[in-house]
Design a protein around this ligand. Sequence first.
Ligand code: 3NM
Length: 226
Amino acid sequence: MTAAWQDAAIRSALRTYFIMGSNNCRPGVRPEHVLAEALQGGATLFQYREKGTDALRGKERAELAWRLRLLCREHGVPFVVNDDAELAMEVEADGVHVGQDDERASSVRRRIGAGRLLGVSAYDAAEAEAAVRAGADYLGVGPIYATSTKEDAKTASGIRAIEAIRARCIALPIVAIGGISAANAAEVIRAGADGVSAISAISLAEEPREAARRLAAAVRSSADGA
Ligand code: 3NM
């Protein structure tokens, strides 16, 4: 059995958290290319999220998962699968991330064991507390800002959601999500998040490597107290 993740390793992996599926890329741009660029730019974790309109299914989905998984392995960056514990096990992922409408977090924890990361999305403090009880290793809190990437996203909460969760003394590592870019990453970190996650700020950028580099630099400078 693999040992559970150390708290410091989780916080460090969450810093510049890139999420993508095949339908998040610019027309004609391959996801493998975008991920390779993002990793070179400094992405610290990757979540494969193949969801929404035109998402791949079955064999194509599993094959792309494997290719992206191997790229992460080459860079020594954790690879997490969104909402599919079975696929996560099949491609030897480092973890699974689930939202409130996906398989229950406690059930995913039983399936993946203690050695794989379990991330759970939370909109507010009540959902965060439930995620802690279910055995989450980290929380994905959002949407912080307006996003057009997630088809059924809730109303943006602003950084208040992060502050409210920290005010309840929930110390679990937090990655913020929704409309995050290099321009607003610093205030999210100052509000109490350990890191920021982004889809479109990197996946739709003309230069994903540069976009990831800018995002990582914004997180670094705010975490250093700049
Ligand atoms: N989950 P972008 S918001 C995948 O609120 C996802 O849980 C959200 O995409 C949540 O970085 C979101 O392009 C989309 O705004 C994030």
